[in-house]
Write a protein that binds this ligand. Sequence first.
Ligand code: FES
Ligand code: FE2
Length: 346
Amino acid sequence: MFIRNAWYVAAWADEVSDTPLARRILNEPVVLFRDRAGKAAALLDMCCHRGAPLSIGKVTDLGIECGYHGLTFDGSGACVRIPGQDRIPERARVRRFPLMEQDGFLWIWMGETDRADPSAIVRYPWHNDTAHWPHKHTMYHIQAAAMLMVDNLMDLTHLGYVHGSTIGGNPMTHVEARMDTVRTPNGLKFDRWMLNSLPPPTYVRACGFEGRIDRLQRFEFIAPGSILQLSAADEAGTYADGLPETSKLQFRLYHGLTPETETSCFYFWSTANGFRPNDPAATEQLFNEIAGAFKEDLTVVEVQQARIAECGQDALVDIVTDAARLHMRRTVDRLLADDRPALAAE
Ligand code: FES
Ligand SMILES: [Fe+2]
Protein backbone atom coordinates (compact mmCIF):
# COMPACT_ATOMS: atom_id res chain seq x y z
CA MET A 1 0.00 0.00 0.00
CA PHE A 2 1.25 3.49 -0.82
CA ILE A 3 0.61 7.01 0.45
CA ARG A 4 -1.01 8.42 -2.67
CA ASN A 5 -1.76 12.00 -1.71
CA ALA A 6 1.85 13.15 -1.64
CA TRP A 7 4.51 14.41 -4.01
CA TYR A 8 7.10 11.93 -5.22
CA VAL A 9 10.14 12.38 -7.40
CA ALA A 10 9.09 11.02 -10.78
CA ALA A 11 12.38 11.74 -12.50
CA TRP A 12 15.35 14.03 -12.59
CA ALA A 13 14.39 17.01 -14.74
CA ASP A 14 17.16 16.19 -17.19
CA GLU A 15 15.89 12.63 -17.67
CA VAL A 16 12.79 13.84 -19.46
CA SER A 17 12.97 15.15 -23.00
CA ASP A 18 10.87 15.02 -26.14
CA THR A 19 11.44 11.27 -26.19
CA PRO A 20 8.63 9.70 -24.12
CA LEU A 21 9.83 8.04 -20.93
CA ALA A 22 7.81 5.14 -19.50
CA ARG A 23 8.00 4.81 -15.73
CA ARG A 24 5.78 2.80 -13.37
CA ILE A 25 5.05 4.87 -10.24
CA LEU A 26 3.01 3.59 -7.28
CA ASN A 27 2.24 0.65 -9.52
CA GLU A 28 0.64 2.77 -12.23
CA PRO A 29 2.07 3.09 -15.73
CA VAL A 30 3.06 6.69 -16.39
CA VAL A 31 4.53 8.34 -19.45
CA LEU A 32 6.67 11.45 -18.99
CA PHE A 33 7.53 13.79 -21.83
CA ARG A 34 8.26 17.41 -22.71
CA ASP A 35 6.19 19.25 -25.25
CA ARG A 36 7.72 21.49 -27.91
CA ALA A 37 7.75 24.41 -25.44
CA GLY A 38 9.82 22.29 -23.04
CA LYS A 39 7.05 21.86 -20.48
CA ALA A 40 7.09 18.45 -18.85
CA ALA A 41 3.90 16.43 -18.44
CA ALA A 42 2.86 13.11 -16.95
CA LEU A 43 -0.01 11.05 -18.35
CA LEU A 44 -1.34 7.57 -17.77
CA ASP A 45 0.68 5.46 -20.17
CA MET A 46 -2.36 4.08 -21.94
CA CYS A 47 -4.05 5.50 -25.00
CA CYS A 48 -7.80 6.00 -24.62
CA HIS A 49 -8.38 4.55 -28.10
CA ARG A 50 -7.28 0.92 -27.96
CA GLY A 51 -5.08 0.96 -24.89
CA ALA A 52 -1.62 1.00 -26.40
CA PRO A 53 1.09 2.51 -24.18
CA LEU A 54 1.59 6.13 -25.21
CA SER A 55 5.28 5.71 -24.48
CA ILE A 56 5.70 3.76 -27.73
CA GLY A 57 4.63 6.93 -29.57
CA LYS A 58 6.43 10.19 -30.15
CA VAL A 59 6.22 13.89 -29.34
CA THR A 60 4.91 16.12 -32.13
CA ASP A 61 4.07 19.83 -32.33
CA LEU A 62 0.67 19.08 -30.76
CA GLY A 63 1.66 16.78 -27.92
CA ILE A 64 2.29 13.05 -27.60
CA GLU A 65 1.16 10.98 -30.57
CA CYS A 66 0.11 7.39 -29.93
CA GLY A 67 2.28 4.93 -31.83
CA TYR A 68 -0.68 2.74 -32.82
CA HIS A 69 -3.25 4.87 -34.74
CA GLY A 70 -1.92 8.38 -34.21
CA LEU A 71 -4.30 9.96 -31.68
CA THR A 72 -2.49 12.89 -30.10
CA PHE A 73 -2.79 14.21 -26.54
CA ASP A 74 -1.57 17.46 -25.03
CA GLY A 75 0.02 17.78 -21.60
CA SER A 76 -3.40 18.03 -19.93
CA GLY A 77 -4.36 14.64 -21.33
CA ALA A 78 -6.91 16.07 -23.78
CA CYS A 79 -7.05 14.48 -27.22
CA VAL A 80 -6.19 17.18 -29.75
CA ARG A 81 -6.00 15.16 -32.95
CA ILE A 82 -7.68 12.10 -34.41
CA PRO A 83 -6.36 11.24 -37.87
CA GLY A 84 -9.18 11.26 -40.45
CA GLN A 85 -11.77 12.69 -38.05
CA ASP A 86 -12.63 16.30 -37.20
CA ARG A 87 -14.87 15.78 -34.20
CA ILE A 88 -13.05 14.83 -31.02
CA PRO A 89 -15.32 13.02 -28.55
CA GLU A 90 -15.59 14.53 -25.07
CA ARG A 91 -14.36 11.31 -23.50
CA ALA A 92 -11.24 11.17 -25.63
CA ARG A 93 -8.70 11.99 -22.94
CA VAL A 94 -6.18 10.22 -20.79
CA ARG A 95 -5.55 10.74 -17.11
CA ARG A 96 -3.06 13.47 -16.30
CA PHE A 97 -0.96 13.52 -13.14
CA PRO A 98 0.07 16.88 -11.66
CA LEU A 99 3.76 17.38 -12.33
CA MET A 100 5.99 20.19 -11.04
CA GLU A 101 9.55 20.99 -12.04
CA GLN A 102 11.59 22.37 -9.15
CA ASP A 103 15.20 22.25 -7.89
CA GLY A 104 16.21 19.85 -10.66
CA PHE A 105 13.41 17.37 -9.95
CA LEU A 106 10.13 16.50 -11.58
CA TRP A 107 7.63 15.93 -8.75
CA ILE A 108 4.51 13.91 -9.43
CA TRP A 109 1.21 13.67 -7.54
CA MET A 110 -0.50 10.30 -7.91
CA GLY A 111 -3.43 11.04 -5.59
CA GLU A 112 -6.57 13.13 -5.97
CA THR A 113 -5.74 15.95 -8.36
CA ASP A 114 -7.54 18.69 -6.46
CA ARG A 115 -5.47 17.98 -3.35
CA ALA A 116 -2.15 18.58 -5.13
CA ASP A 117 -0.59 21.60 -3.42
CA PRO A 118 2.75 22.64 -4.98
CA SER A 119 3.74 24.50 -1.82
CA ALA A 120 4.00 21.12 -0.07
CA ILE A 121 6.85 19.98 -2.31
CA VAL A 122 10.15 19.42 -0.52
CA ARG A 123 12.62 22.19 -1.36
CA TYR A 124 16.26 21.47 -2.10
CA PRO A 125 17.88 24.85 -2.84
CA TRP A 126 21.44 23.47 -2.89
CA HIS A 127 20.81 22.02 -6.32
CA ASN A 128 20.54 25.61 -7.57
CA ASP A 129 23.59 26.89 -5.68
CA THR A 130 26.23 25.49 -7.99
CA ALA A 131 28.81 28.06 -6.86
CA HIS A 132 28.91 26.69 -3.30
CA TRP A 133 27.43 23.20 -3.73
CA PRO A 134 28.28 21.79 -7.17
CA HIS A 135 26.51 18.47 -7.47
CA LYS A 136 26.02 15.33 -9.51
CA HIS A 137 22.98 13.09 -9.52
CA THR A 138 21.70 9.76 -10.76
CA MET A 139 19.02 7.15 -10.15
CA TYR A 140 19.23 3.50 -9.16
CA HIS A 141 16.41 1.16 -10.07
CA ILE A 142 16.18 -1.22 -7.13
CA GLN A 143 14.37 -4.54 -6.83
CA ALA A 144 13.24 -3.87 -3.28
CA ALA A 145 10.42 -1.94 -1.63
CA ALA A 146 11.07 1.79 -1.27
CA MET A 147 10.54 1.48 2.47
CA LEU A 148 13.45 -0.94 2.80
CA MET A 149 15.71 1.76 1.38
CA VAL A 150 14.23 4.37 3.75
CA ASP A 151 14.85 1.90 6.60
CA ASN A 152 18.43 1.63 5.40
CA LEU A 153 18.90 5.39 5.63
CA MET A 154 17.33 5.64 9.08
CA ASP A 155 19.67 3.10 10.67
CA LEU A 156 23.23 4.05 9.88
CA THR A 157 24.78 1.41 12.08
CA HIS A 158 24.97 -0.51 8.80
CA LEU A 159 27.76 1.81 7.60
CA GLY A 160 30.53 -0.04 9.34
CA TYR A 161 29.36 -3.39 7.98
CA VAL A 162 28.14 -2.54 4.46
CA HIS A 163 30.46 0.37 3.65
CA GLY A 164 33.67 -0.45 5.48
CA SER A 165 35.90 0.45 2.53
CA THR A 166 34.23 3.79 1.73
CA ILE A 167 32.02 5.95 3.96
CA GLY A 168 31.78 3.47 6.83
CA GLY A 169 34.99 2.77 8.66
CA ASN A 170 34.97 1.23 12.11
CA PRO A 171 31.59 -0.45 12.89
CA MET A 172 31.59 0.47 16.59
CA THR A 173 32.07 4.16 15.73
CA HIS A 174 28.60 4.00 14.21
CA VAL A 175 27.00 1.82 16.84
CA GLU A 176 28.26 4.18 19.57
CA ALA A 177 27.41 7.43 17.75
CA ARG A 178 25.43 9.91 19.84
CA MET A 179 21.99 10.35 18.35
CA ASP A 180 20.02 13.57 18.83
CA THR A 181 16.57 12.97 17.38
CA VAL A 182 13.74 15.48 16.90
CA ARG A 183 10.29 14.56 15.64
CA THR A 184 8.63 16.72 13.01
CA PRO A 185 5.00 16.74 11.81
CA ASN A 186 5.83 14.62 8.78
CA GLY A 187 9.04 12.89 9.71
CA LEU A 188 12.06 13.35 11.89
CA LYS A 189 15.50 14.90 12.10
CA PHE A 190 18.52 13.38 13.70
CA ASP A 191 22.13 14.27 14.26
CA ARG A 192 24.70 11.52 14.64
CA TRP A 193 27.81 12.76 16.39
CA MET A 194 30.97 10.70 16.13
CA LEU A 195 33.50 12.78 18.03
CA ASN A 196 37.17 11.83 18.22
CA SER A 197 36.65 8.94 15.78
CA LEU A 198 38.77 7.35 13.08
CA PRO A 199 38.10 8.78 9.60
CA PRO A 200 36.61 6.35 7.07
CA PRO A 201 38.52 5.77 3.81
CA THR A 202 36.34 8.13 1.70
CA TYR A 203 37.01 10.99 4.13
CA VAL A 204 40.77 10.35 4.07
CA ARG A 205 40.76 10.31 0.27
CA ALA A 206 38.71 13.52 0.11
CA CYS A 207 40.58 15.59 2.71
CA GLY A 208 43.71 13.74 3.71
CA PHE A 209 42.79 13.44 7.39
CA GLU A 210 45.69 11.90 9.26
CA GLY A 211 44.51 11.77 12.86
CA ARG A 212 41.16 11.38 14.56
CA ILE A 213 38.21 13.46 13.48
CA ASP A 214 34.94 14.89 14.72
CA ARG A 215 32.17 13.76 12.42
CA LEU A 216 28.51 14.64 12.06
CA GLN A 217 25.74 13.19 9.93
CA ARG A 218 22.60 15.32 9.95
CA PHE A 219 19.51 13.66 8.48
CA GLU A 220 15.99 14.83 7.87
CA PHE A 221 13.30 12.42 6.72
CA ILE A 222 10.27 14.03 5.10
CA ALA A 223 7.48 11.59 4.30
CA PRO A 224 6.83 9.85 2.07
CA GLY A 225 10.27 9.48 0.51
CA SER A 226 12.74 12.35 0.91
CA ILE A 227 15.86 12.28 3.04
CA LEU A 228 18.08 15.36 3.24
CA GLN A 229 21.57 14.72 4.51
CA LEU A 230 24.49 16.91 5.55
CA SER A 231 27.76 15.20 6.38
CA ALA A 232 30.62 17.12 7.94
CA ALA A 233 33.99 16.33 9.47
CA ASP A 234 37.00 18.16 10.83
CA GLU A 235 39.99 17.57 13.10
CA ALA A 236 39.10 16.06 16.50
CA GLY A 237 38.06 18.73 19.00
CA THR A 238 36.52 21.07 16.41
CA TYR A 239 32.90 20.11 17.22
CA ALA A 240 33.14 20.36 21.01
CA ASP A 241 30.60 23.23 20.95
CA GLY A 242 28.50 21.94 18.06
CA LEU A 243 28.78 22.27 14.32
CA PRO A 244 30.75 25.33 13.17
CA GLU A 245 29.75 27.38 10.13
CA THR A 246 32.07 25.44 7.84
CA SER A 247 34.09 22.27 8.11
CA LYS A 248 37.13 20.90 6.36
CA LEU A 249 34.90 18.22 4.83
CA GLN A 250 31.24 18.94 4.14
CA PHE A 251 28.88 17.48 1.61
CA ARG A 252 25.16 17.15 1.11
CA LEU A 253 23.17 14.23 -0.16
CA TYR A 254 19.61 14.15 -1.36
CA HIS A 255 17.89 10.77 -1.28
CA GLY A 256 14.46 10.31 -2.88
CA LEU A 257 12.66 6.97 -2.82
CA THR A 258 9.73 6.48 -5.14
CA PRO A 259 7.88 3.15 -5.23
CA GLU A 260 7.67 1.50 -8.61
CA THR A 261 5.75 -1.54 -7.34
CA GLU A 262 5.32 -3.01 -3.85
CA THR A 263 8.70 -4.69 -4.26
CA SER A 264 10.73 -2.30 -6.43
CA CYS A 265 11.62 1.37 -6.36
CA PHE A 266 13.55 4.23 -7.87
CA TYR A 267 16.34 5.73 -5.79
CA PHE A 268 17.09 9.29 -6.87
CA TRP A 269 20.18 10.65 -5.19
CA SER A 270 22.65 13.47 -5.54
CA THR A 271 25.95 14.44 -3.97
CA ALA A 272 26.92 18.09 -3.49
CA ASN A 273 30.51 19.07 -2.78
CA GLY A 274 30.69 21.82 -0.15
CA PHE A 275 34.36 21.37 0.74
CA ARG A 276 36.20 22.14 -2.53
CA PRO A 277 33.47 23.72 -4.67
CA ASN A 278 35.95 25.07 -7.20
CA ASP A 279 37.45 21.66 -7.83
CA PRO A 280 35.41 19.60 -10.33
CA ALA A 281 37.61 16.59 -9.61
CA ALA A 282 36.51 16.69 -5.96
CA THR A 283 32.83 16.81 -7.03
CA GLU A 284 33.46 13.85 -9.31
CA GLN A 285 35.39 11.86 -6.75
CA LEU A 286 32.75 12.38 -4.07
CA PHE A 287 30.04 11.22 -6.45
CA ASN A 288 32.02 8.15 -7.47
CA GLU A 289 32.77 7.15 -3.88
CA ILE A 290 29.13 7.52 -2.87
CA ALA A 291 27.97 5.71 -6.01
CA GLY A 292 30.07 2.73 -4.99
CA ALA A 293 28.71 2.83 -1.44
CA PHE A 294 25.09 3.04 -2.59
CA LYS A 295 25.60 0.07 -4.89
CA GLU A 296 26.48 -1.80 -1.69
CA ASP A 297 23.14 -0.70 -0.19
CA LEU A 298 21.34 -1.81 -3.33
CA THR A 299 22.91 -5.26 -3.07
CA VAL A 300 21.87 -5.66 0.56
CA VAL A 301 18.28 -4.46 0.23
CA GLU A 302 17.66 -6.57 -2.88
CA VAL A 303 18.69 -9.80 -1.13
CA GLN A 304 16.80 -8.63 1.98
CA GLN A 305 13.67 -8.10 -0.15
CA ALA A 306 14.02 -11.54 -1.71
CA ARG A 307 14.36 -13.18 1.69
CA ILE A 308 11.41 -11.28 3.18
CA ALA A 309 9.29 -12.25 0.19
CA GLU A 310 10.23 -15.86 0.74
CA CYS A 311 10.01 -16.12 4.53
CA GLY A 312 7.84 -13.17 5.67
CA GLN A 313 8.84 -10.70 8.36
CA ASP A 314 6.69 -11.63 11.33
CA ALA A 315 9.67 -13.01 13.23
CA LEU A 316 11.91 -9.94 12.79
CA VAL A 317 13.17 -8.31 15.99
CA ASP A 318 13.74 -4.60 16.65
CA ILE A 319 16.85 -3.49 18.54
CA VAL A 320 17.89 -0.23 20.23
CA THR A 321 19.48 1.25 17.11
CA ASP A 322 16.16 0.91 15.27
CA ALA A 323 14.68 3.86 17.20
CA ALA A 324 14.81 6.42 14.37
CA ARG A 325 13.70 3.83 11.84
CA LEU A 326 10.72 2.89 14.01
CA HIS A 327 9.69 6.51 14.37
CA MET A 328 9.88 6.90 10.60
CA ARG A 329 7.70 3.80 10.16
CA ARG A 330 5.14 5.12 12.65
CA THR A 331 4.97 8.42 10.76
CA VAL A 332 4.45 6.61 7.48
CA ASP A 333 1.78 4.37 9.03
CA ARG A 334 -0.06 7.44 10.35
CA LEU A 335 0.05 9.13 6.95
CA LEU A 336 -1.16 5.93 5.32
CA ALA A 337 -4.12 5.89 7.70
CA ASP A 338 -4.85 9.55 6.90
CA ASP A 339 -4.65 8.71 3.21
CA ARG A 340 -7.20 5.92 3.43
CA PRO A 341 -10.39 7.98 2.82
CA ALA A 342 -8.80 9.07 -0.43
CA LEU A 343 -8.06 5.47 -1.28
CA ALA A 344 -11.63 4.45 -0.56
CA ALA A 345 -12.93 7.26 -2.76
CA GLU A 346 -11.04 6.02 -5.80
S1 FES B 1 -4.43 2.77 -29.48
FE1 FES B 1 -3.71 4.77 -29.52
S2 FES B 1 -4.39 5.57 -31.37
FE2 FES B 1 -5.21 3.58 -31.33
FE1 FE2 C 1 24.24 2.61 3.16
